[in-house]
Design a protein around this ligand. Structure first.
Ligand SMILES: Cc1cc2nc3c(=O)[nH]c(=O)nc-3n(C[C@H](O)[C@H](O)[C@H](O)COP(=O)(O)OP(=O)(O)OC[C@H]3O[C@@H](n4cnc5c(N)ncnc54)[C@H](O)[C@@H]3O)c2cc1C
Length: 483
């Protein structure tokens, strides 16, 4: 075990979409400042490098999942995983950010010293412990565990003679040509996998406990592509970005205020795309309202087309047990399968599992409050990125980076070295950070920081509101303390 110490102005953790974006903002605004990106894996891209299942793609448009500072120029708005990975890698390479990434460094802890106004960050690297010092710590570690996806405990898995696969650990050589496949789940991953695997499999069954709202959008946005041809990338990109922000904001607001109208609209669209007499009530009508959980997008109705062509089907039931030949369901139905894919979700994890402490005292995350959804109460010089659940992640990631650069610029100007949000409102009440009913959120949200009943402690889910607050409002709000 050896130790070497390095000093940096800004230490970013994670080289995914957010980490590369954060580094780009910092480098652009402060060309003379030192920064590094510590990345646990040996690759750039995070999510878009990790997930390798067939058909992996975005489920939001790339004009808003792309960075504000770098136009998305592909024809497809709902893009394939490899194209997104190329976009992140190219962003890093073009700006020379890749030279600042230290791969294979998994951050395990960070301690803030009030005496030195500095973070000491501990990382594992090639079996050694490495320490680095930094003025600011900026966590871009995503929101889930990389080493293991979530699989509920199913009875009888050991009896099953076929193959069981989790989308987070896709075997490169898995051959499902002509085979019977069952995909367990109804989220974004399941609805991506089913039509994609249906192209080669004998038949694919999507087995869900309960349905999800699914809407079809064109993979290629004709307005975006026309604007791009006529006006060029630089001008067309922000226009399309705003068009898409407006569309998602209106859809979200309508869903919250007039859920019956949105339900009826979604149902009509599904009726047009599914076979006559299809049981939409059972398979595509959730008990909750649209956008109470994340809505799934399917490009050009590919899932509905696979069902229409008889290549895929949906079963809404519960698993009683795995059998030798497949699955026995609670209704008594048996599903035969050669391959079973458990698209059952993620294990949420905050800050990549790194333990934070302030002057040696461990930070208990559930006892902290999230400030503007990007800093923690009583934790100095620490920023994190968690994107929206109702809109593209990068919209928030870009705003967090801009706000961070504003903070740094102001502190430089005034010779301040510490900024820390402090709650001095005794009447503030707390609530879970993610107010979202999805199973994967409910399972782990208790380990997360809390949100408060009032700004700036509320986690906003409105891009327009955050844009005004983070980009334009004063930094001196009486809560952020500078010294
Ligand atoms: C399959 C899938 C599809 C998705 N599709 C969309 C979509 O269409 N639209 C959308 O808005 N969102 C989507 N999301 C959410 C998605 O994760 C974000 O859009 C975005 O990719 C997150 O980027 P990130 O850089 O913040 O996190 P990640 O992509 O998770 O990257 C985090 C990086 O941090 C590294 N890291 C973690 N812990 C440590 C540590 N302790 N030390 C060092 N490094 C560490 C990881 O190795 C990784 O490289 C999707 C998520 C998944 C899983």
């Amino acid at each position: 075990m050896t130790t070497k110490t390095d000093y940096l102005d800004v230490l970013i953790v994670g080289a995914g979409l957010s980490g590369i974006g954060a580094a780009h903002h910092v480098q652009d605004a402060f060309p003379n400042r030192t920064f590094a990106v510590l990345e646990a894996r040996d690759a750039i891209g995070g999510t878009w490098d990790l997930f390798r299942y067939p058909g992996i793609r975005s489920d939001s448009d790339m004009q808003t999942l792309g960075y504000r500072f770098r136009p998305w120029t592909d024809e497809k708005s709902i893009a394939d995983g490899p194209a997104i990975l190329d976009y992140v890698r190219d962003t890093a390479a073009e700006a020379g950010i890749d030279r600042h990434i230290r791969f294979g460094h998994r951050v395990i802890g960070a301690d803030w010293s009030s005496e030195q106004s500095m973070w000491t960050v501990t990382a594992e690297h090639a079996g050694e412990i490495v320490t680095l010092s930094a003025r600011f710590l900026y966590a871009c570690t995503g929101y889930y565990r990389y080493d293991e996806g979530f699989t509920p405990k199913f009875e009888g898995t050991e009896r099953f003679r076929g193959e069981i696969v989790h989308p987070q650990h896709w075997p490169e050589d898995l051959d499902y040509t002509g085979k019977k496949v069952v995909v367990i789940g109804s989220g974004a991953t399941a609805v991506t996998l089913v039509p994609s695997m249906a192209a080669d499999a004998g038949h694919v069954t999507m087995l869900q406990r309960s349905p999800t709202y699914i809407a079809s959008l064109p993979a290629k946005d004709p307005i975006a592509n026309t604007l791009r041809r006529v006006l060029g990338n630089r001008i067309a990109y922000p226009i399309t970005r705003w068009k898409n922000v407006a569309f998602s904001t209106v859809t979200y607001q309508l869903s919250q205020r007039l859920p019956r109208l949105v339900k009826a609209f979604l149902r009509k669209a599904q009726e047009r795309q599914l076979p006559d007499g299809y049981d939409i009530g059972t398979h595509f009508t959730p008990r909750y309202n649209p956008w109470d959980q994340r809505m799934c997008l399917v490009p050009d109705g590919d899932l509905f087309r696979a069902i229409r062509h008889g290549k895929a089907s949906v079963v809404t039931d519960r698993i009683a047990t795995f059998t030798e030949r497949g699955l026995a369901l609670e209704s008594g139905t048996e599903l035969d399968a050669d391959v079973i894919v458990t698209a059952t979700g993620l294990n949420l994890q905050i800050f990549g599992g790194a333990e934070l402490s302030v002057d040696g005292k461990p930070v208990s995350l559930p006892e902290t409050l999230a400030y503007k959804g990007m800093m923690l109460s009583d934790v100095p010089n620490f920023v994190f990125t968690i994107g929206y659940t109702n809109a593209s992640w990068t919209l928030k990631a870009d705003l967090v980076a801009e706000y961070f650069c504003r903070l740094l610029a102001r502190m430089d100007e005034r010779g301040e070295s510490v900024c820390v949000p402090v709650n001095n409102d005794p009447t503030l009440t707390t609530r879970p950070l993610l107010d979202f009913e999805a199973g994967y959120v409910m399972r782990s949200v208790a380990q997360f920081p809390k949100s408060g009943s009032r700004a700036p402690w509320q986690l906003g889910m409105s891009y327009v509101h955050d844009l005004v607050t983070l980009r334009h409002r004063t930094l001196d709000d009486g809560v952020m303390q500078f010294s």
